[in-house]
Design a protein around this ligand. Structure first.
Ligand code: ADP
Ligand code: MG
Length: 221
């Protein structure tokens, strides 16, 4: 369960603080998916960063299961982000010098050498995203849609409880975007992950169970 209560976010400026989030609350159960839409600059990425514990709220609380990530020490926080959250960004953020398979294994390397089960899972995910024949390619040798498929496999390799995607199809043509959107909805659900997707695409938003809009710092149904 992801529980967000009355989260606010302000950024300090030389004049008065810039208030981006003015009291955001939401609750999502395992297997549920939510699309967040809203104009550019409305705080969508800010909210996603707070959900994934990449950034702290000014006030309010976030809990994933029984964990309040902002109550953890730095090491606990780093483990929380790595173990419990999978991120997919608009720009794939793959490491150019690594192969497709190695990129998917990156989140596992903090624990040392991946186990054979983990390797199997990485290969299974690459198979599911349609890249079984591309495991030794480098990111530069892939299309934009293929790179985003790798990013999805990487986000899911630790079976995170929470999957966050920030405009994951923003750089893709509509046919490719539809295929990526389908994978994004299907794969997290198989592990009962919670999925939150920020998107400008009405068709991607419509594939999520719930749709909400950020407007003036508030999240509206
Ligand atoms: P969106 O993802 O909806 O386009 P963002 O969450 O990226 O919007 O940004 C919301 C607002 O907060 C914008 O006005 C942006 O300029 C501001 N902002 C984002 N990050 C910072 C930061 N680190 N410091 C100051 N202002 C920021
Ligand atoms: Mg953004």
């Amino acid at each position: 369960m992801l529980t967000v209560e009355n989260v606010t976010k302000e950024y300090p400026t030389p004049a008065e603080p810039l208030v981006v989030l003015r009291g955001v609350s939401l609750a999502l159960s395992p297997g549920e998916s939510l699309a967040i839409v809203g104009p550019s600059g409305s705080g969508k990425s800010t909210l996603l960063a707070i959900l994934g514990a990449l950034d702290r709220p000014t006030s309010g609380s976030v809990r994933l299961g029984n964990t309040d990530p902002f109550a953890l020490d730095d090491r606990g926080l780093a483990e929380f982000r790595r173990d419990r959250v999978g991120f997919v960004f608009q720009d794939h953020h793959l490491l150019p010098q690594l192969s497709v398979l190695e990129n998917v294994l990156v989140p596992l390397l903090a624990d040392g050498k991946p186990s054979s089960d983990e390797l199997d899972r990485a290969r299974m995910l690459l198979d599911r995203v349609g890249l079984a024949e591309r495991t030794t390619h480098r990111p530069a040798e892939l299309s934009g849609g293929e790179r985003q498929r790798v990013a999805i496999a990487r986000a899911l390799v630790r079976s995170p409880a929470l999957v966050l995607a920030d405009e994951p199809t923003g750089n893709l043509d509509s046919t490719t975007a539809d295929a990526i959107g389908k994978l994004l909805v299907e794969l997290p659900q198989e592990h009962q992950s919670i999925l939150v997707v920020v998107t400008h695409s009405q068709s991607l938003a419509a594939t999520m169970q719930q749709q909400m809009r950020i407007d003036d710092g508030k999240l509206l149904s």
